[in-house]
Write a protein that binds this ligand. Sequence first.
Ligand SMILES: Cc1ncc(COP(=O)(O)O)c(C=O)c1O
Length: 345
Amino acid sequence: MQIIDFRSDTITKPTPAMRAAMAAAEVGDDVLGDDPTVIRLEELAARRVGKEVGLFVASGTMGNLVSLLAQCGRGDEVIVGDQAHTFYYEQGGMAALGGIQPRTLRNRPDGTLDLDEIVAAIRDPRNLHYPRTRLITVENTHNRCSGTPLTVEYMQALGKVAREHGLRIHLDGARLFNAAVALGVDVKALTADVDTLTFCLSKGLAAPVGSVVCGDRAFIAEARRSRKVVGGGMRQAGIIAAAGIVALEQMVDRLAEDHAHAAALAAGLAEVPGLQVDAVSVRTNILYFRITRPDLDAAQLVARLAARGVLMLDLDPRRARAVLNYHVTAEDVQAALAVVRAVMA
Ligand SMILES: Cc1ncc(COP(=O)(O)O)c(C=O)c1O
């Protein structure tokens, strides 16, 4: 049976060019600063996103965690969306490991936070009863908000608010390049207003492991310390960094194909009775759809699709998610739609 896997873009396997680069990678002890391939990836990444320095980390979760640990102390407050990956899916790492308090605001359906609500949430530093607000964190694209890209205009407005109140901004850019490709802008336009960011190599860009944290020199020095304390100092990490370089050099522009496939899948699903998808809101490679038939829930639908080789995730009782990725072709999308129609009939 042919498997068509829409569970996530994290299922992507390294390309032949990545495997060749990994086999040939020059390596050294990266904790001692000796790995030339890691250094090359960090420099390339920092240049791409317009920041001074990069830091290779094991995962997006580690990238977010070390970024927050490096910028916030115990009892400090971080303003974060209630649907943000950093809040929703990272085991409360900022609180558990950093003593950092998340101050959640409602994410709007497009993944943004209301700027007035942000201003209202900022604590008065003169009042000794309050924690100190240090940082705002946002996510681009926004995973739980239909993979929506935050726009350049929004990032500029957010930057203005942060500067006016002396706050820093961290960007969880796990899928930052999807946002830039979908919006047709240079990625630097989306990062100019943030102080720190992390992006993932191992999602749509198909590298097997890793993310890069970027920011200024002083921040990265702190983040490097934080990476060590969470056990993220890797030694001959050039083996995996080599695939990350290929990811950045060869896999960014093709993300547009994933977005086109997502739009085709959304259009097809929207025509199936019993399913509801807001096809217009599908902007990148992630789509969510609702099961409106009362006799079927998302878990049952996902199980029936899986039995026929189409893999998706049920993320709540009435909603399922499909994520387009490098291994799914336009023909696969049509084949998967035929399976969905058969199952729903
Ligand atoms: C928006 C976002 N941030 C962070 C992460 C964490 O990445 P990782 O799985 O590499 O820890 C993910 C993972 O899916 C994500 O979607």
